[in-house]
Each structure stands twice: as C-alpha cells, then as structure tokens.
Ligand binder design. Sequence first.
Ligand code: HEM
Length: 507
Amino acid sequence: MVATIIVDFQYCFIFILICFSSLLCYTLFFRKPKDSCVDFPLPPSPPSLPIIGQLHLLLSVLIHRSLQKLSSKYGSNLYLRIFGFPIVLVSSASVAYEIFRAHDVNISSRGFLPTDDSLFAGSFSIISAPYGDYWKFMKKVLVTNLLGPQALERSRRVRGDELDRFYNNLFDKAVKKETVEICEEALKLTINSICKLIMGRCCLEEGGVVERVKGLANELDFVGKHVAPMEVMVVSNRLNELLEKVLVEYEEKQGEHHLQGMDLMDVLLAAYRDEKAEYKITRNHIKSFYADLLFAGITPSVQTIQWTLAEIINSPNTLKRMRGELDSVVGTVRLIQETDLPSLPYLQAVVKEGCRIGGFYVPEKTSPMINDCAVMRDPDYWVDPDEFKPERFLDTWQEEERKEQALKYIPFGSGRRSCPGENLAFLFIGTAIGVMVQGFEWRFKEDKVNMEETVVGLSLTMAHPLKCTPVARTFNSLTLNLKSCDFSGTLKRQACRGPSIFSNYFT
Ligand code: HEM
C-alpha cells in the first residue's frame, strides 16, 4: 500500500516537473515576443536561449552562411533577439526591395551610437554617423570632390597612371615567370589609387604614406580576424599620427595647392577653418573621414577583384567571351582604359556578377538587418543563384524592371546610406579585371581554383588566396593611351546595348 502511494507520488512529481519544464520551455523558446500585434504579426522566430536569445545560432566564422542556414530552415524573414535587442533579419529580395523602397529614410541611421573615438567607425566617422546634418554635409563634400561623376572625370588620369603601373608590374613578373598573389597586386593598385585621389599632391611617395597605409590595412584585417578592440585602437592611433602628419603637410603647402585647384583635403581644411561653415568640422572629423575612405574603399574592392578573377579562371567560356570582346573593342596594341568600359557590356556584366558573388560587406543597419548576401542569392528572384553567370546582367530590361532590379542588386547597399564609392569601385574593378584578361594568360597549378571562403573583418575573402603566374599575351607591353574620351559616342553605343552599370558615371 505504502509502496503504491510512493509510486503514485513519484508519477505525480514527474508529471508536475514535466508540466513545469514544458511551461518554462514554451516561455523561453516559443512564446511570441510582447511587441507583436494582431494586425502585423512578427516574422517567425527560431528557438532562443535565455539572455543571449538567438546569438548561439549566429556564432560562426562564416556569419553570412549561418544567416543563410537560419533563413532556409525557419523562413526568409526572421525576428531575432540578441541580448534582448530586437532584429528583423531579411533574406528575401522582395522584402528587402520593399524596405528600401518604402522605408529608406527610417533606416538611414545605423541603429547604434559609437562609444569611442577610434578612427574606425568611432564617434567622428561618417560610416557610423546618424542620418543628420554632419552626414549630409560630408556626403556632399565627398560627392562633389571625390566620388561624383564630374570629380571622377577630373581624376581619371591619376587612375590611368596607376593602372599602367599595375599592368607594367604584372608584365615584369610575366617576363621573370614569377607567380603573383592577386590580392597583393590588387591591394597595391587600390591603395595607390585611393591615396593619390584623397591625398593627391602631398609627398606620398617620399613620406612612405602608401606603404604605411598598406601595413595598417593588413594589420586591421588581421585584428578584424581576431576581434580585438584594444588592437583596433592601437592601429587607429597609428593611422591618426599618419593622417595628422598629412594634414600638417597640407597646411604648410596651402599656397601651392591653391595654384593647382582645390582637392578633397583642401576643401575639408577650408571648412575646418571657416567659422561660418555649413557644418563646423574638427580635425578629428577630417581624419576619421579619411580612415573611412581608406578602409571602406580598399578591402571590398581588392576582394572583389580577387573573387572575380578566380571565377573567370574557373570558367573558360567566360574568359573566351571577355577576351573576344576586349580584342575587338580595345585591340592588342593599347591598354584598356576607363573610357572603354561603356563599350564592353560583357566585361561590365562579369564585374557586376563578381560584386554579387564576392564583395561582401555586412551593412550595419541592424534593425532591420538585411543580409545582402542572401538577398542576392534569393532563388525566387535569381536564376541559378549560386552559379557564376554574368549573362544574367545582359538582359535588356524595361525601365520599370531596371529600377526593380537595381533595388534587388545590393552589393553596395541601397538608398541614402548606400555606398557612395560604387562608381569608383566599378571603375577600379572593371579596369583591373580588363587589364588582367586583356594582357595575360593565367597559369595555375591545379585544375580549378579552390573557392573556399573565410571572413576577415567585414569581408568575405578566399580561404586559399589566389596565386598564379601571368603569361603576357603580347610580345611588347601594351601602351597607355589616355586620350580624351568622346562621351556622346560611347553613350550612344551603350544605349543600343541596354543598361549600363556605369550609367551614373557617364551621364
Ligand atoms: C567592391 C567595392 C565596394 C563594395 C562592395 C562596397 C560596399 C559597401 C556597402 C555594402 C556599404 C554599406 C551600405 C549600407 O549601409 O547600406 C558601403 C558603405 C560605404 N562605402 Fe563602399 N563599397 C565598395 C567600395 C567603396 C569605395 C571604392 C569607396 C570610396 C573610396 C567606398 C566608400 C564607402 C563609404 C564612405 C561608405 C559609408 C556610407 C555611409 O555611411 O553613408 N566604398 N560600401
């Protein structure tokens, strides 16, 4: 009898325990968050843990892959909570399109306030600045003096010279039969070009500024890999010292600069000195702005060049078609230049596809958080989303379709806070890839390039950096021919061929 009572009591206890733990599980894992409402239910939420929420589901080196895995398992739009902080994770092209179309202004601030004075995304940076007067002022300065169509046209020669140097360096390696690391060569090209564009007439070479920026960029990538905030601060301090030196040099040479016309630094220094300036900026603002440009501009461009060449090497048909186009439009005597790009629609399509596949940079808009990588691989919108298929960008869309397409193609983000360097990036990548395909065969040890990915900082890079040996396609090196370009002609030709990714730049 006593034994029966004890067994009953045990069952009862187990039953109560099960009820209690079920209730706890329900509350912790499956209960809808309070902020949902009947009319607008929140997107589904994956199971969460106490305190950290869904953080454990995101912990991975390849964060874009874990995000993709989450969305394919639980739905393309998800509601997450990380330490109580709500995030809507968007992986579908149509929802991202809707957000950018209808709510751009609401998501034009990054959703976090920087807490330190580091040059990288600290309190003076425009990347982390909220959408407001400071951001608007700096964006205007940036577009007018560096990244807008007219500014890019004025600085074309600087990039032409650097492209020539890039080609001659590769030609030299080809003569010596040396293997090159593509990332390293692309890094030299991009750093040299960006430093010349933003610090133009300062004694860059003599002061070794380019080399020091390159060292700092490498260090920052390394630090990014190991997520060490203290070390970010150390690199930031060193860059601060370097930029202060550049600023002082500019101030000393102020008279000389005015004789040659104002450049970006002159304009910023004038605004810094002007008591009645539209926005009162400080030296820290200027240095932070330069840090933004260096590190937002360099790494994604370099990575995209590397990924795109790797894809081309793995796709002999693409390579053949690009070469045919380059040989017939540019020929085999002179080197491709920026003004050829509008006449090379297939090269443009390859670059566009390269940006879709490679140039990964997580937009820091946290709520909603748009996973641009997943949006550009959304199978409902992209045919064979994981394949390298430049042809997808050769379609001749109607005006409406083109607008919609632009909103779903977001390697540079979208809306007000989209990347202001998009046109410049297309010029860098288009000409660099053009030079490498026009000028060289690429010898490679294995049958195929290993496309395994890894993440460094905010960039998706190749786990096995691309190394190959250039073989010059012509006996003599190709010549640089920076003749002035007939825009009206190139634009007319372009109009017959359909949309151009360079249309912003050339109109
Ligand atoms: C393939 C090359 C590049 C890629 C894929 C890329 C991508 C991006 C992305 C995704 C963003 C964030 C957009 C958003 O939040 O919606 C961004 C922001 C930015 N990018 Fe780029 N970028 C590239 C090249 C460049 C270049 C060459 C420059 C200039 C030299 C540049 C300057 C910036 C700046 C200043 C911002 C911050 C804009 C703001 O906060 O308003 N980028 N970029």
